[in-house]
Design a protein around this ligand. Structure first.
Ligand code: K1U
Ligand code: ZN
Length: 167
């Protein structure tokens, strides 16, 4: 397994729309394992392949306290959404920035597992927030795009400055 480099906002590659995974093979299983290791090390509760510069529809999530409930979703799709709730979100590609975002409260999700089999589940709370946040990444959208233009500009300036200082 390997730790992968996480792209940092405002990297343009974060706006790439990921392609569906045709076959779940050992290459995809290795990428998923590396993504999980990277997410746990960060630490974070989710990671999309887009964030590690692999433009395939693959996400990993673990919102459990004990970090022992890894969920790997291949080609995830939201089948239904209902209600609205506001949560404070963070993003491993936007370090140090936490902002409130409104999203659907309950979602129904269809995806494939690492065995290629389709499955469905319902989510609410942090899991629902995280699935929506990660699917946004696969569609090339970063959570700061829900904020005002002024806030986006401030965040961009702050992160570009931080990145210059750590070069
Ligand atoms: O996609 C990502 O960048 C991961 C992101 C997921 C997420 C968190 C919270 C709300 C929406 C989406 C993170 O994991 S940010 C880090 C974080 O929230 C966290 C880190 C350590 C412990 C618990 C949470
Ligand atoms: Zn993110």
């Amino acid at each position: 397994m390997a730790l992968l480099k996480i792209l940092q906002y405002p990297d343009k590659r974060l706006h790439t729309v990921a392609k569906p995974i045709e076959t779940v093979d050992d290459t995809i299983r290795r990428l998923a394992a590396d993504m999980a290791e990277t997410m746990y090390a960060a630490p974070g509760v989710g990671l999309a392949a887009t964030q590690v510069d692999h433009h395939l529809r693959l996400i990993v999530i673990d919102v459990s306290e004990e970090k022992n409930r890894l969920l790997t979703l291949v080609n995830p799709v939201i089948l239904a959404k209902d209600g609205e709730s506001v949560h404070e979100e963070g993003c491993l590609s936007v370090p140090g920035i936490y902002e409130k975002v409104t999203r659907a409260e309950h979602i129904q999700v269809r995806a494939q597992g690492l065995d290629g089999q389709h499955f469905e589940f319902e989510a609410e709370g942090l899991l629902a927030v995280c699935v929506q946040h990660e699917i946004d990444h696969l569609n090339g959208k970063v959570f700061v795009e829900y904020l005002s233009r002024l806030k986006q500009d401030r965040i961009r300036t702050k992160l570009v400055k931080q990145q210059r200082e750590t070069m």
